[in-house]
Write a new protein. Sequence first.
Length: 160
Amino acid sequence: MKFKQTNVTPIELDMTPMIDVVFQLITFFMLINKFEQAEADERVTLPKDQLASPPAVHRQNAFLLNFGYMRDKDGKILDTTPYFFFGDEKIELAALRPRLRQESQYFETIGTDFAEITVEIRADADVPTGLVQELIQMCQEEGIAFQRFALKATQKATEY
């Protein structure tokens, strides 16, 4: 019996649906994951405190202020002026009032009681305490009126 030779082409899998599914999974996990990039600002080196501990419950109505210095990759201070960091934007303390008013107006617009709003301050360990106090006073001014504050620090590791 004579068999006829045929040119068999290899079967190729269409990877387009697989790639679509992978991208959808990546998108899904990025949307459900809570990114706290504001808290992960490496320009702010938190002070160490034995009593520091994370809050037991995540605060609902809170906004974060990162207060620190411009540093090089080794952590050395490049500029002695402390700044507030909002992503790539940096603002000096004297120019912060409009930003605080904007935050205050946002919470007022959505109908949040100011007694329930917590201003979380992540101040660098090298920022003078007087500047942090000045910031708190600024937050309590007329037209801004925040009442609750939380200062962030890192907990010292206990040595054995």
